[in-house]
Design a protein around this ligand. Structure first.
Ligand SMILES: Cc1cc2nc3c(=O)[nH]c(=O)nc-3n(C[C@H](O)[C@H](O)[C@H](O)COP(=O)(O)OP(=O)(O)OC[C@H]3O[C@@H](n4cnc5c(N)ncnc54)[C@H](O)[C@@H]3O)c2cc1C
Length: 372
């Protein structure tokens, strides 16, 4: 396999694990390159805790450059903007096209907001995370002296966790009574991917924390300082954070790779593109067509090892090994007060401090493998 080029696009959870694997098990004679638009990849499990002020930046970000250096992987800080699949090249924003023999994509997703008037201009998406954190930090620095309302659109686990962790931060800063939080959710039930216990407990917690919950509130427009819903409800909010359903990057849809109906890369159980066998994908950007799973960090993490193994196998001409995702996954949802709720299939419990300590232990253990 001398002279082959493996290119990884995106420093998502699965690719961080692949690079870590390459450090332990290098691929002789293969030039590996990671193209990432950020030098520090955020770890989703600790992001809400960072918003609450429990973790500093370093604790919840993977330092990609030194990680690559240790693994003998070339690191390009750039954004992939397209693929020339016929000539096997990745098109980048700044540098010349990067040639590949094998390609793997782990670029995550962003909250969908295209259909809502004014959302692109007036709302701050939770992803890309660096832009979101810049806006959040700016808000904290310019903390208003007068009462104010902020909005969060999306009542999935991400939106609810964000609301509770923002509230936690405001409480620590002694400004909770001054800043109202409005959470808008289109259906009549929060966190539809979790069981009823979790939805109901989170709803109770939002009320206890004084967060204004608007259920069955389909947002139709975002004005510079206002959230406007289909029902006629209109609430003064600034800023507005956007944490809705995951959507695929446009350049993936334009690349010619086979996708599912939402534009995510369609992969088989080997995490290999259905249309282009030299291309692999994992994490939010990929959909296992025979066994689709929710777009959650836990699956991106789980796919890291099988992806790394299959890339090693592909490059050495060995047969690939199918990956079988778990049917149920343990969700630990932080509630912004160093407690957490556990969710597993139809079962749920909490919020308890012990669950937070457990989550904190697991998250720190995960991040420890990337410390350089
Ligand atoms: C507020 C919030 C809280 C969440 N909390 C949780 C949680 O507690 N638990 C959980 O399981 N899930 C959580 N999620 C979901 C979770 O963030 C994602 O499922 C997870 O990050 C997906 O991992 P990934 O590896 O697919 O991509 P990502 O973690 O998004 O990583 C993709 C990487 O690729 C880079 N990239 C993107 N585009 C390009 C490009 N064109 N060129 C080069 N690089 C690129 C990005 O900068 C990023 O570093 C949360 C989501 C949000 C919005």
């Amino acid at each position: 396999m001398t002279g082959l080029q493996l290119v990884l696009i995106g420093g998502g959870h699965a690719h961080a694990i692949v690079v870590e694997q390459l450090r332990k098990r290098p691929l002789a004679g293969v030039r590996v390159t990671l193209i990432s638009d950020t030098t520090h990849a955020p770890y989703s499990g600790m992001l809400p805790g960072h918003v609450a002020g429990f973790y500093d930046f370093e604790t919840c970000h993977i330092p990609l450059e030194p990680l690559c250096q240790k693994a003998g992987v070339e690191f390009y800080c750039d954004r992939a903007i397209g693929l020339d699949l016929e000539n096997q090249r990745v098109l980048c924003e700044q540098r010349p096209p990067v040639a590949f023999d094998w390609l793997s994509i782990d670029v995550g997703s962003t909250p969908a907001k295209t259909a809502v008037v004014g959302a692109a201009e007036n709302a701050i998406a939770a992803k890309p995370v660096p832009q979101f954190l810049a806006a959040w930090n700016q808000f904290l620095e310019q903390m208003p002296q007068t009462p104010q309302s902020i909005g969060i659109v999306g009542g999935g686990a991400g939106g609810v966790e964000l609301a509770l962790n923002m509230r936690g931060r405001f409480q620590q800063l002694g400004v909770a009574s001054q800043i109202a939080i409005h959470l808008f959710h289109r259906s009549d039930r929060l966190t539809p991917q979790h069981n009823r216990y979790v939805s109901q407990t989170l709803e109770k917690l939002l009320h206890q924390n004084g967060i204004q919950l608007h259920l069955e509130a389909e947002v139709k427009a975002i004005a510079p300082t206002q959230v406007i819903c289909q029902s006629g409800l209109s609430v003064e909010c600034h800023p507005v954070f956007w944490v809705t359903q995951a959507s695929a990057p446009d350049w993936i849809q334009a690349s010619g790779l086979a996708t599912d109906e939402r534009g995510f890369i369609a992969v088989n159980s080997n995490l290999q593109s259905l249309s282009h066998p030299r291309v692999f994908a994992a994490g939010d950007v990929a959909t296992l067509v025979d066994d689709p799973r929710p777009k959650a960090g836990v699956f991106a993490v789980r796919q890291g090892k099988p992806l790394g193994n299959n890339l090693q196998r592909a490059l050495s001409g060995q047969p690939l090994q199918p990956y079988s995702p778990q049917k149920r996954f343990l969700g630990l949802i932080g509630t912004g007060d160093k407690r957490a709720i556990a969710s597993w299939g139809p079962l749920g419990c909490g919020p308890y401090a012990g669950l937070w300590q457990w989550k904190d232990f697991l998250d720190r253990q995960f991040m420890a493998r990337f410390r350089c």
